[in-house]
Write a protein that binds this ligand. Structure first.
Ligand SMILES: NC(=O)C1=CN([C@@H]2O[C@H](COP(=O)(O)OP(=O)(O)OC[C@H]3O[C@@H](n4cnc5c(N)ncnc54)[C@H](O)[C@@H]3O)[C@@H](O)[C@H]2O)C=CC1
Ligand SMILES: O=C(O)C1=N[C@H](C(=O)O)C[C@H](O)C1
Length: 269
């Protein structure tokens, strides 16, 4: 039995689930000890490597998360808000680090994580990449340096399968811009324009979501004034970026006290 931290991946058959399994299996710092899918999914009961169309990995996909979590040091979870809330309680019960990449969680959902963070480490971020987390700091800095003559617009581009908007990353960038301006995002966010909307309100932070094809994830933060525009951009070209960030968070979490953290904590930014 190896001493390497054991990792469970939830949403094993998903776009990110499969990328996470590959990343954990290829890592020499962790080992895959579990793969969870929802009840009734046709991967349940199968070897996860074979289900992915590759070699057997000796890990059977299960729909019993607590049993899997109790054998693990960390759970990496890129699924859906309702599932993530259930997993947070179970990870806390198992005292396993819970890395949450799931987006589309409401403020009420996020508040429900608080009691879980009293028992276990939670690392949650709408984007696990170094580039995006650095971009949040740049966005905050630029927003703080410019006044409201510069209209702030966040534009995000994703594949046709994405179910939530604005993306978790867009909201992180919006939060950073609002923090730079010293305002609360909820007071200034303009999240959907359609019809006779009236002129843009000074100080608003606008969001636009593009959905199409296989775009992995692109984000622009535009500062538009009369006569000039500044655009800060991040473009993801490979999902492994997010999986590597999530694994880094799972390993970092092993040495932390229970509580809620984000990727800025993990990356030391
Ligand atoms: N934070 C980050 O860096 C990133 C976050 N994401 C987010 O990760 C989430 C998943 O994205 P994708 O993999 O593209 O979606 P997907 O739809 O391909 O995969 C989601 C998986 O979760 C499974 N699932 C749903 N409910 C479940 C339950 N109760 N128990 C077990 N499994 C369950 C589904 O069966 C599916 O396999 C989304 O919220 C997305 O926005 C995606 C990429 C990067
Ligand atoms: O659903 C996705 O694919 C992605 N989701 C995250 C988000 O909502 O920002 C991160 C990344 O952009 C890919």
């Amino acid at each position: 039995m190896s001493d390497l931290p054991g990792i469970v991946v939830t949403g094993a058959s998903g776009r990110m689930g499969q990328m996470l399994i590959k990343t954990v299996v290829e890592s020499d710092k962790a080992r895959l000890v579990g793969a969870v899918e929802r009840e009734g999914h046709d991967w349940v009961g199968r070897d996860v490597g074979e289900a992915m169309g590759s070699v057997a990995l000796g890990v059977t996909v299960t729909d019993e998360p607590l049993e899997a979590f109790s054998k693990a040091q960390a759970v990496i979870d890129f699924t859906a808000p309702a599932a993530t809330l259930q997993f947070a309680k179970l990870a806390a019960q198992a005292r396993a680090v819970h890395v949450i990449g799931t987006t589309g969680m409401s403020d009420e959902d996020i508040a429900q994580l608080e009691p879980c963070g009293r028992h276990a480490v939670i690392v949650r971020a709408g984007n696990m990449s170094l580039g995006v987390n650095l971009l949040t700091l740049l966005t905050q800095k630029v927003a703080a340096a410019l006044d409201e003559d510069f209209d702030i617009e966040v534009i995000e581009y994703h594949h046709r399968h994405k179910v939530d908007a604005p993306s978790g990353t867009a909201l992180m960038l919006g939060e950073a811009a609002a923090a730079g301006r010293g305002v609360a995002l909820n007071d200034v966010a303009d999240r959907g324009r359609d019809g006779i909307t009236g002129a843009r309100k000074r100080g608003d932070i606008g969001f636009t979501a593009i959905r199409g094809g296989d775009i992995i994830g692109e984000h622009d933060v535009m500062f538009a004034a009369d006569g000039e525009q500044i655009v800060l951009r991040h473009k993801a070209t490979d999902r492994s970026l997010f999986a590597k960030g999530a694994l880094k968070a799972a390993l970092w979490g092993q040495d932390q006290k229970p509580g809620e953290y984000d990727m800025l904590d993990v990356l030391g930014l």
